[in-house]
Design a binder for this molecule. Structure first.
Ligand SMILES: [Zn+2]
Length: 247
């Protein structure tokens, strides 16, 4: 059977001399694995459309559960990511997280839109990479079933939390400093406001907010810690991204 769809290439692995095995988040079939033949050859017409982080029109042939790419044409290549090693590393982390939370055979339109939005924000430098990363992580957790309860203190129910609030990843709850003074992740008021924005914003506005330092760094560390806690695994691309940044 043939399948025509659009998809974002989340992972590529070299296979044999000139083939690749790709993991793709497609519009119609969710996550799938497909073989791309001959794409490591310099003259391959579908090389660009089948590389990591390309969003492409695809025609696939499926037989007994195995997919092969017949045709591919690039819709969006996110070219600026490919000339900046930091942005490429962060884009790879976005892809790895997307792969971790998406399922085979289940279309994930919201997750696909979020990943594309994050790659677009990175490549067009709409905001700092740190902000794209944090907003992507938190929004992805919301879409993947790990939405934290950010509306009020889980102890006393107050919605306006004074300074000293804390997020407890194990319950996905926030507490004011009077209900819980230790443990969890410390959250300033501006950080909490930004998190509420990210969790509740219209899909196309998720990255469109302003946050100053040091609050932006606090947001970044809270969103990363929350994500890693929920998914309970390491991400090679994140380790690599961090290594680049401290060297
Ligand atoms: Zn409270």
């Amino acid at each position: 059977m043939f399948l025509t769809t659009r998809g974002l290439i989340l992972r590529e692995a070299k296979y044999k001399e000139s083939d690749k095995i790709l993991t793709i988040l497609t519009e119609t079939n969710g996550k799938l694995t497909a073989k791309a033949r001959g794409v490591s050859r310099t003259r391959s017409k579908i090389a660009a459309a089948t590389q990591l982080l390309s969003f492409s029109d695809l025609t696939l042939f499926g037989s007994r559960g195995y997919w092969t790419i017949n045709e591919a044409a690039t819709v969006e290549q996110f070219r600026p990511l490919r000339t900046d090693i930091n942005l490429l590393a962060l884009g790879s982390y976005i892809a790895e997280l997307t792969e971790a939370v998406s399922n085979e055979g289940v279309p994930e339109p919201d997750i696909l839109q979020l990943a594309l939005g994050a790659l677009y924000a990175l490549s067009s430098r709409l905001c700092l990479p740190k902000q794209v990363k944090a907003a992507f992580e938190l929004r992805l957790m919301c879409l993947a079933g790990y939405r934290p309860e950010l509306g009020c203190c889980a102890g006393c129910g107050r919605e306006e939390l004074p300074a000293g609030a804390r997020l407890f990843p194990e319950h996905g709850e926030i507490y004011c400093h009077e209900c819980r003074a230790v443990g969890g992740l410390a959250l300033g008021q501006d950080t909490l406001r930004a998190m509420r924005y990210i969790a509740g914003a219209e899909a196309r506005r998720v990255f469109a907010f302003r946050l100053q330092e040091p609050q932006l760094s606090e947001l970044a560390s809270v969103c990363e810690a929350y994500t890693l806690y929920q998914l309970d695994r390491a991400f090679g691309s994140l380790d690599y991204y961090k290594k680049l940044r401290t060297d």
